[in-house]
Ligand binder design. Sequence first.
Ligand SMILES: C[S@@+](CC[C@H](N)C(=O)[O-])C[C@H]1O[C@@H](n2cnc3c(N)ncnc32)[C@H](O)[C@@H]1O
Length: 386
Amino acid sequence: MSELFAVSAPGLVAFTARELAALGLNTGAQSDEGEDGGVTFSGGLPEIYRANLHLRTASRILLRFGQFYAAAFSELRKKASRLPWENYLHAEQPIALRVTCHNSKLYHSGAVAERILGAIGDRLNRPVPAARYDENSDVPAQLVVVRLVNNQCTLSIDTSGAHLHRRGYRKAVAKAPLRETLAAGLLMAAGWDGASPLLDPFCGSGTIPIEAALLSRKIAPGRLRRFTFMDWPNFDLAQWQAQLDQADQAVLAGGPILQASDRDAGAIESARANAVRAGVLDAIEFTQQAVSAIQPPHQPGWVVTNPPYGVRVRSTHDLRNLYEQFGKVLRLTCPGWHAAILGSDPVLLGHTRLKFDGIFSFNNGGINVQLACGKIPPDFDQSVVP
Ligand SMILES: C[S@@+](CC[C@H](N)C(=O)[O-])C[C@H]1O[C@@H](n2cnc3c(N)ncnc32)[C@H](O)[C@@H]1O
């Protein structure tokens, strides 16, 4: 059993912990320290495969590969060269090192990286090519994370490869798309039950409804993509295939009503193309229409959406009016529904005149955003209409 770490973005850590527990993976202490936030759990190759295949909110899964004291470069190189790198690195495999040093005698991250590369070369009896880690590549170099804290060195090897938000279905993007991991987290934070109707009237490239379809049909989010562990010399193809078969058997044929709309024709076209790739086009009713034209089903459900909020999208429209109109449309057409609206500006959200009783904070592409959650009044109240 090794220590594993599911890295999660700020605001998503608690949801990743819940997901790990639901998957029956044994979780340990949690930390929420920004970039390094995440959840520890334990396991071997089967648990690494399971977490990568099923987690919807995690960014990547790290294998805590070695931990030792090192206060001198010679000590660092010697101890790092004792680790079984050959299990994880194939010939010619370029390595990208991410080094952080805190309160340690070895504080020069470049020099630490050089010694670790040297140690891997010592172990494998060949020079190891260094590479830059390209977050946007579909096949990034093997990432090795080195942390030196109080002279304790922790070496972690990345098991995922490309960031886990890259499910493989979203090739077409509209304006300001959400990360898939965040969209899944919004659905969880909103408390959507996976069975009631769901509406996204500002769907853009369709990330929220597609994640909702994957969630409600129990489709594994990693089903379509490659992972770094597949390139490791110790890759267990039979184990991986067994996990894929098990995941496929769990998929449900039907699901709740999922309505997605956007006034932009190009956005709807992208959303449909993404839904086709995700294998969930039949699960979602896509319509090109303005928010004022929505016709939700009578059975109450959840509105989970990400309207334009003025920082990433420079809308020519008056956002204040849009939010006022949106609030009015919700009160008229969705009485008794749950609403979860993602925005960066509480003043704009206030223009909806809806009451929110839960606020969750996240980060979307470097911008701090809040998901405001509340219940739309069951009866339409004329007095709050502007
Ligand atoms: C922030 S983006 C949504 C991004 C989406 N969550 C995604 O992941 O791609 C906001 C969307 O609202 C749409 N929009 C703006 N005003 C609208 C209106 N009045 N009615 C419907 N859609 C509107 C825009 O076309 C844009 O696609």
